[in-house]
Design a protein around this ligand. Structure first.
Ligand SMILES: Cc1cc2nc3c(=O)[nH]c(=O)nc-3n(C[C@H](O)[C@H](O)[C@H](O)COP(=O)(O)OP(=O)(O)OC[C@H]3O[C@@H](n4cnc5c(N)ncnc54)[C@H](O)[C@@H]3O)c2cc1C
Length: 319
């Protein structure tokens, strides 16, 4: 019988783990609360507009991730926006879609609980058992969600992963703006040094996105986002307006404006190890929070997690 492992989270860490498990002959089943893939490698589509409102670009330094990015570039799923800064094409979610190809992904409901019985793990969501149809229990579970979201799930399983509590994230308010006519500016992205903004990007300057309406993605910095964490989207959009105008010099009026809060955006304090693994229960956890606030760190963590699962299950089989 095929060994199955449940992976909670279809972001880069969960997908990297799933691919590596598949290569080892283990069948991953991925659960995500969202219907989309990629987690914070996100693309918002609204009113015929498209915004990468999470990850703006990613870097590739290690051998394994660099090789994968190179393949994606050849297949035109990824392109270099600027020297060393890669983006998914035609949207930031493109690499996640490619990674999920051929995998079982159960999307659209948050996993709320895990239960371990004699035959393995069962995964629950608000509708009850969240398992893919016609299958038995899972040999292991991997939580590939931000650490603060992993804590309550691990608690339902009765497994203590104490390192999760030490992880700290900075939030980020993202503002998406569209303009009827092209902006007469000569930059693709800015990093404002003064004021509350950390980043402004012209989304349409990224590869594969030209031809649409002019769109901007504005990110507030961590301090400002933290101070205004519970503000409404409308308030945030209004509060940030004078700042993006000052940073960019743009005077025209946007025809579309919407804010999005990333409660867990960039890791500030990591767990300091590539993954967490509870050997006796076969519950693991991985994500960017293990190694650093980058897509590549999430990938490395996911792969290391999968190797630990493979090793753990082999031990289990031999026993
Ligand atoms: C605004 C912003 C800008 C960023 N900019 C950059 C950048 O420029 N470059 C860079 O390298 N990195 C950047 N990052 C960081 C990068 O996004 C992350 O490091 C990386 O994508 C994390 O991947 P992950 O798989 O660990 O987590 P995620 O991408 O967060 O994936 C976790 C998944 O788990 C799912 N999930 C959560 N809870 C549950 C549940 N209970 N049940 C089921 N599913 C659940 C979520 O829906 C999500 O799909 C940025 C992040 C943000 C938010």
């Amino acid at each position: 019988m095929t060994t199955r492992v449940a992976i909670i989270g279809a972001g880069m860490a969960g997908l990297a783990a799933a691919r590596r498990l598949t290569a080892a002959g283990i069948e991953p089943v991925i659960f995500d609360k969202s219907r989309g893939l990629g987690g914070r490698m996100a693309t918002r589509r609204v009113d015929g507009l498209q915004f990468d409102h999470g990850v703006q670009y990613f870097t590739a330094k290690g051998l394994r991730f660099s090789a994968l990015v190179e393949d994606w570039c050849v297949e035109r799923m990824v392109g270099e926006w600027f020297d060393g800064g890669f983006v998914g094409t035609p949207a930031m979610t493109a690499p996640a879609r490619a990674m999920a190809d051929g995998l079982t992904v159960v999307g659209g409901r948050a996993v709320t609980a895990l239960e371990r019985g004699a035959s393995g793990w069962t995964v629950f969501n608000s509708a009850g058992v969240a398992d893919a149809p016609d299958n038995g229990a899972f040999s292991a579970v991997v939580l590939a969600v931000p650490a603060p979201q992993a804590v309550p799930i691990a608690a339902t399983a009765g497994v203590a992963l104490p390192q999760l509590a030490a992880v700290r994230y900075a939030p980020c308010w993202a503002l998406m703006l569209a303009f009827e006519t092209p902006l007469s500016v000569d930059w693709d992205h800015l990093r404002p040094h003064d004021g509350p903004l950390a980043w402004v990007a012209r989304n349409g300057t990224k590869l594969g996105r030209r031809g649409g309406r002019e769109t901007l993605v504005v990110h507030a910095g961590a301090d400002w986002s933290r101070r205004n964490l519970e503000a409404t989207q409308e308030t945030v959009a209004a509060l940030l307006e004078p700042h993006w105008r000052a940073a960019t010099g743009i005077t025209s009026t946007p025809t579309f404006a919407a804010a999005h809060r990333w409660r867990y955006a960039r890791v500030e304090e990591t767990a300091g190890s590539p993954f967490l693994w509870d050997k006796s229960s076969r519950l693991g956890a991985c994500g960017d929070w293990c190694l650093g606030p980058r897509v590549e760190a999430a990938f490395d963590s996911g792969e290391a997690m999968a190797d630990a699962v493979v090793a753990g299950l082999e031990v289990g089989r031999a026993a």
